[in-house]
Design a protein. Structure first.
Length: 651
């Protein structure tokens, strides 16, 4: 994605937006890409294999930042890495299943398959999945960290199971969810503590220097080691089915870990220490990699409603202020990250704290990006894109910059809008439609004696208008003259009512797609007004989009207390839907307008009327996997948003 910010109505800005805070996640990511322009160089020292955790974790972080910002720089970086490692036939010559570290690059392969549908990426993911088939396990059936290290490490569980969880969902292999749960449950049983923290490793007797006499866990809670478990718990529930056996046990441990992190936070700096549970012990020091991971878990858990924001948001805010101090400008103008630690398991507290404080490790970069990114792009700071919205109740059309009102124009009961290629804005005005140029002057106007809830600029320069009570689908010339009128009122009816239709769209085949609100259906009419396709939409259809593949997206309101988005095939079959059951905190209130952004997802307006004061998000950006990428919460100067358009473009 590439963010495109227009200069529309600069002369008419009524509210000056406050200066945005520094976005460290993007600055540090840019610094990393500048120093590593070819992702294939991401590896330790003289290490030859680059299809392993260092590159895999950086691709994990870059995907997170792409989803938060819609900036194609990060997606293209991931794509380049994958395409350098997956050939045209889907072979992955650099993958070797000798260590769990080597599985996480498959996570990026799954992303590329989800976005493109190309079978070579699916084949690559299948090859990586097969690496588990004969992978060695301990006597509890938990995977060894590697074939040469017959121990359980937290980082290995993350590397393997975050891939397997996504694989199970994306590739349609739900039987693998049981393995994911078993591996995490095994980690908790062998390395978990009553306070929710995790020892870094566990080994059978004789399989480690710290397990000579009997099987045991490693001696301390190491920051980065615990961090891998934190990131795994933060994300695994995005993939596990709601009814997956063991899911609730894992969610309970997530909450315990969050509490354990809150209790062990360094009160002076807001960071966490190299040995996490001993922040006041002599010689202990703040460590950057784990801190970024812990921030990511806590903010993610708050966003998804797993933990209480009032209790945990102050913890995140203190940690964020601390971690940004670890990003230090270097002589090249980029960033170094200081006070990092990428070590293996050590045998004592003294051995952990005496380790050199490393600079700019790969784990630190990835963890810093995901930790600061989820905070900086959370709605408490800003909604990431410039958007134009119709405020139906407020009677305005608004431009929002960073979530704040930056421009407005009167538009009673406005319900539809379109940002035109020349930067003009076309929108409905209750009983008409208006187009304003970049200076705010009128470029087109149409007035009606009935409600107008749909407008659209056509390729021939005419404007499509949907007249509600009259049941007319119009084409209006640039001078405001009706040049075509199609009547879609039921046979014998002289007029409809205000609920006869909401949004409607002219289609490239000359037909019209209409959301019949009271009729609870969507109908496609031909050029003569004859119904040629329809689907029933209990709950009242509000907006419609015909996709390039011929499917139809429908937003459905709240009449049956099930606001949702539905997608229908040309044969009228329901092929995809988004409901409150799919999303944390059940945020959908009344699905009104929407914009489909190819390669990114759906930008949804969540009308806040019918039930009093706004409480749910006004806007949600949701991807095809039903992940909420960002939201716009109840906002000063905005009452109820009925439709939205953004300047973000898809790939």
């Amino acid at each position: 994605m590439r963010r495109i910010v227009t200069t529309l109505f600069v002369a008419l800005v009524l509210t000056t937006a406050v200066a945005a805070p520094r976005i460290y996640s993007e600055e540090v990511a840019s610094s990393f890409i500048t120093t590593h322009p070819d992702p294939d160089v991401i590896r330790w020292g003289t290490q030859q294999n680059h299809f392993t955790w260092q590159a895999g974790y950086m691709m994990f972080a870059m995907e997170k930042l792409w989803r938060l910002t819609a900036d194609s720089t990060y997606l293209n970086y991931v794509r380049r890495y994958v395409d350098q490692n997956v050939d045209a036939e889907g072979n992955v010559p650099n993958f070797t299943p000798r260590a769990l570290d080597n599985f996480i690059p498959g996570y990026a392969c799954l992303l590329m398959y989800e976005l493109t549908g190309q079978q070579r990426y699916a084949k690559a993911a299948e090859t990586i999945r097969q690496g588990f088939d004969d992978y060695p396990r301990n006597r509890h059936s938990i995977f060894y960290h590697s074939r040469s290290i017959p121990q359980l490490w937290v980082d290995g569980v993350f590397m393997g199971q975050i891939f397997l969880a996504r694989y199970a969902k994306t590739m349609g292999h739900p039987e693998d969810f049981a393995e994911v749960v078993k591996q995490i449950q095994g980690l908790i049983a062998l390395c978990g503590r009553d306070d929710g923290l995790l020892f870094h490793g566990w080994a059978e007797q004789g399989k480690a220097g710290w397990a000579k006499d009997q099987e045991s866990h490693s001696p301390e809670v190491w920051s980065e080691g615990l961090g891998w478990g934190a990131v795994l718990l933060a994300d695994v529930f995005d993939y596990l089915p709601a009814d997956q056996p063991g899911r609730e046990q894992l969610l309970d441990y997530l909450r315990r870990m969050c509490q354990g992190l809150k209790d062990s936070q360094d009160r002076q700096t807001g960071l966490w220490c190299q040995v996490v549970d001993k922040p006041t012990a002599p010689g202990n020091w703040n460590e950057t990699s784990g801190t970024g991971m812990f921030i990511y878990l806590l903010q993610s858990a708050i966003n998804k409603g797993y933990i209480d924001a009032d209790s945990f948001q102050p913890v995140v805010d203190r940690a964020y202020q601390g971690i940004v101090s670890k990003a230090v400008r270097n002589s090249d103008g980029g960033y170094n990250l200081v006070d990092c630690s990428s070590i293996g398991i050590k045998g004592s507290y003294e051995a952990y704290i005496s380790q050199p404080r490393e600079i700019s490790t790969y784990a630190a970069f990835g963890s810093f990006i995901i930790g600061t990114g989820i905070v900086e792009h959370h709605f408490r700071f800003r909604f990431p894109d410039t958007v134009f919205v119709t405020d139906y109740t407020g009677g305005k059309v608004l431009r929002l910059d960073g979530g704040a009102v930056a421009w407005q124009h009167d538009a009673p009961l406005s319900n539809d809008l379109q940002l035109l290629p020349d930067g003009h804005l076309l929108f409905t005005t209750g009983k008409g439609a208006l187009e304003l140029d970049q200076k705010g002057d009128t470029a087109f106007c149409y007035q009606s004696d009935c409600h107008v809830f749909a407008c659209q600029r056509l390729p021939n320069g005419n404007t499509f208008i949907g007249e509600c009570e009259k049941g007319r689908l119009l084409q209006v010339s640039p001078k405001g003259r009706i040049v075509r009128s199609v009547n879609i009122l039921p046979k014998g009816a002289k007029a409809g009512d205000m609920a006869f239709m909401r949004n409607a769209r002219w289609l490239p085949n000359g037909h019209y797609l209409v959301a019949h609100y009271r009729g609870e259906k969507v109908v496609e009419y031909d050029a003569k007004g004859r119904a040629v396709w329809s689907v029933s939409t209990p709950g009242r259809a509000h907006s419609v989009i015909r996709l390039a593949n011929g499917n139809t997206l429908v937003s459905i309101a709240d009449a049956n207390k099930n606001p949702r988005i539905e997608e229908y095939s040309p044969e009228g079959q329901l092929v995809w839907q988004l409901t409150n059951d799919d999303l944390p905190d059940r945020p959908l209130r009344f699905m009104s307008g929407m914009q489909y952004i190819e390669g990114l997802g759906l930008l949804l307006s969540n009308w806040q009327g019918h039930r009093g004061e706004a409480s749910q998000p006004h806007l949600l950006l949701v991807d095809r996997n039903k992940h909420v990428l960002c939201v716009l919460p109840p906002t000063s100067g905005v009452q109820t948003i009925s439709n939205v358009v953004t300047t973000v473009k898809g790939e």
